[in-house]
Design a protein around this ligand. Structure first.
Ligand code: HSE
Length: 431
């Protein structure tokens, strides 16, 4: 390989994923060079603390706290810092210089994607982000390239391993939410601060990226209606199980008919009741899976490890090989495709059927009153079920609805919550 073919790689961040990227680069460099017809050099690794514990294979002579220098001296910048600051500033710096960036940063892309893709177009730079959605699972490539000849109607996925692990344990072991979360933290699935995972924010960012790719439109995190899992109880899971179902945190981006009769996008992250006829039903543990429904290909399922050092590093390296080839032999990452510019349905107009579990005072006429309140809100009931509770004066009532809007459900819930003498709302799950 001639020295002209040398691609200088700068790595930003050397944590769980970054250190695995270093390992794979060392272990398989000859293969990556043959696949990209380039010569790869890891030029520098920017870290926030030089003295942090790192695996022995990380060459400490490459470490620096000067991230700008790492960006400025690289052809391909791998950003694995995560979060918005300082990742945003460094990615902007690289793209403005016409460089190639490989990132796994879903939060950055879902909030600043427009700016970053415009920088790519204006500076002939490239942005690759296979690792940003579902770790090792090649769903970004699948949507961005493999399915670009098709018309996609729905993307529905389990894109957060932490919450899937928690819900799986609640389902299969009967654990409470709190116990499942604490075991997930002990095993290292869940962060010490699990907010981004359990509140659905991580899945929300991924949902925005999937929706943008599937529908050739720009969908941001703010466009996604997001609900997490922390309100779910063992009772919710038992009810789901009794109905032959389970509950999964689902990211769902759908093409729907808007109010004007034209196509629109609905993007939602929420706990949903999933039956055994849905392939996502059997996705257990911390695994991810994404189902795609398209006109010509029909139904496709992508399944695999959505997090973890080596699986995510696998996705990063796939981008590095493509990036290195394009750097030296022409071409660039696919540009953002937003030509369809489909409108995004307001959160309150997002449609679903709901399952509302109430705790009620067990007295004559209570079901009649609840049914009346639901009807006053223009919501059609598909089922009404009562069961006993530990407190003999109270009962559990489950109201299931036909398809309605989030706005209608929200106003119904406000009214139900303002009648504590009648009932309390225990949980609301889409089905
Ligand atoms: N924390 C995420 C998960 C992985 O649990 O799936 C990174 O997005």
């Amino acid at each position: 390989m001639t020295s002209n073919n040398c691609v200088r790689i700068g790595l930003l961040g050397c944590g769980t994923v970054g250190s695995q990227v270093v390992r794979l680069l060392q272990q398989s460099r000859c293969d990556y060079e043959a696949r990209s017809a380039t010569c790869l050099t890891l030029q520098g690794i920017a870290v926030s603390r030089l003295d942090a514990q790192r695996p022995a294979w990380v060459d400490t002579s490459l470490l620096t706290t000067d991230a700008n220098k790492v960006v400025d001296e690289a052809d391909v910048v791998i950003e694995l810092i995560g979060g918005i600051d300082p990742a945003h500033e460094l990615v902007v710096r690289a793209l403005t210089q016409g460089k190639t960036v490989v990132t796994g940063n879903k939060a950055l892309l879902a909030s600043h994607g427009k700016e970053l893709f415009e920088l790519c177009a204006n500076h002939n730079a490239s942005l690759y982000y296979e690792a940003a959605v579902a770790g090792a699972v090649p769903v970004v490539y699948g949507l961005r390239e493999s399915l670009t000849g098709d018309r996609i109607n729905c993307v529905q996925g389990i894109v957060n391993g932490t919450t899937n692990y928690i819900l799986d344990k609640m389902d299969t072991q009967g654990w409470s939410y709190e116990k499942a979360l604490s075991v997930a933290q002990e095993l290292g699935f869940a962060e010490a601060d699990p907010t981004a995972d359990v509140d659905g924010l991580d899945a929300g960012a991924k949902c925005a990226l999937l929706a943008s790719l599937a529908f050739h439109s720009r969908v941001t995190m703010e466009d996604v209606s997001i609900q997490g899992i922390s309100h779910l109880s063992a009772k919710d899971m038992k009810d789901a199980k009794d109905a032959g179902c389970t509950i999964k945190l689902i990211a769902e981006a759908k093409r729907i008919r808007g109010a004007d009769g034209k196509d629109a996008i609905s993007a939602v992250v929420a706990p949903m009741l999933i039956g055994p006829d849905n392939p996502l039903f059997s996705v257990g543990g911390a695994f991810n899976a994404i189902l795609i429904d398209s006109d010509a290909a029909g139904r496709l399922m992508f399944y695999g490890q959505g997090a973890g050092g080596a699986p995510t590093a696998s996705a990063v390296l796939s981008d590095v090989v493509a990036a290195a080839f394009h750097c030296k032999h022409g071409g660039h990452a696919p540009r953002e495709s937003t030509y369809a510019s489909l409108p995004i349905v307001d959160k309150e107009h997002a449609q679903a059927a709901f399952r509302i579990r109430l705790s009620v005072h067990d007295e004559i006429g209570v079901l009649h009153r609840i049914a009346g309140i639901v009807a006053q809100h223009g919501i059609s009931i598909s089922g009404l079920q009562q069961s006993g509770s530990e407190d003999e004066n109270r009962a559990h009532v489950v109201v299931t609805t036909h398809v309605t809007t989030q706005g209608q459900i929200d106003t119904l819930l406000n009214e139900l919550r303002s009648t504590p003498e009648l009932c309390t709302v225990a949980s609301v799950i889409r089905q």
